[in-house]
Design a protein around this ligand. Structure first.
Ligand SMILES: C[S@@+](CC[C@H](N)C(=O)[O-])C[C@H]1O[C@@H](n2cnc3c(N)ncnc32)[C@H](O)[C@@H]1O
Length: 226
């Protein structure tokens, strides 16, 4: 088996395990996973471990999230991304999650592509994510920017989806302000080693409803709301 066939086989195995873990895997999610080469978003010495379902170290002591966590974020019971949606991703890291969102909201060939704005606070990782996004050809669908994601990115607001991939002690108010009506906002909220994954929906009357999606462990959000 050549190395490309081996990667495809590993991807298929991960997908079947996700099904066993009762993640509500849709065909669009599976296609997104098959299309985005995770091996291009990990450090060179972790390439052969790209399809192990675990967080892996990237630069600056940060991690690329585990595969099942990325899949939970893009699932119908979480942010439920639709073609054409505008996404704000906070904590771009390697850029992998941003590319996965891009596959969901702007799949190749659609007439109505959405866009992903991905914010990262650490300059070294901004460069890492940009290079990964360029190499894998997502630049038309993903914009990586350096900034404190807790402040959001007002210029392109409102967003259909706001996805935070770092743990916050509180819910940053600017992100609530930048969510569109019926928009979905997911964020791990809690302490250093344990948080609850909170899904917030902006209702048609502009109120917010909250749902707890369970326990998670993310690296901390830094910046103003860290
Ligand atoms: C678990 S990693 C995210 C993994 C990433 N989504 C990926 O696909 O590789 C969390 C990221 O959040 C970033 N981060 C922490 N606080 C931030 C902030 N205030 N604004 C933007 N990014 C932040 C960290 O630097 C780190 O890269």
């Amino acid at each position: 088996m050549n190395s490309q066939d081996k990667l495809i086989e590993e991807k298929k195995q991960v997908l079947s395990k996700l099904r066993l873990h009762s993640i509500s895997l849709t065909e669009r999610m599976a296609n997104a996973f098959l299309n985005v080469p995770r091996e291009e978003f990990v450090l060179g010495n972790y390439r052969d471990r790209a399809y192990i379902d675990t967080p892996l170290p990237i630069l600056a002591n940060q991690t690329i999230s585990a595969i099942h966590m990325v899949m939970i974020y893009i699932s119908p019971s979480c942010t439920d991304p639709q073609i054409g949606d505008k996404v704000l991703e906070i904590g771009a890291g390697s850029g992998y999650n941003a590319a996965m969102f891009a596959e969901m909201v702007a799949p190749e060939g659609t007439d109505n592509p959405g866009h992903v704005y991905a914010l990262e606070i650490i300059p070294e990782l901004v460069e890492f994510a940009k290079k990964n996004i360029e190499r894998t050809d997502y630049t038309d669908r993903v914009t990586i920017l350096q900034s404190d994601g807790g402040l959001g990115y007002e210029k392109e607001s409102p967003y259909d989806i706001i996805s935070v991939a770092a743990a916050s002690k509180t819910i940053p108010p600017p992100l609530l302000e930048q969510l569109s009506v019926r928009g979905k906002f997911v964020i791990p909220v809690g302490k250093r080693f344990y948080q609850e994954l909170v899904l917030i929906t902006k209702e048609p009357d502009n109120s917010f409803s909250e749902k707890n999606l369970g326990g998670v462990a993310f690296v901390p959000l830094t910046g103003k709301y860290g």
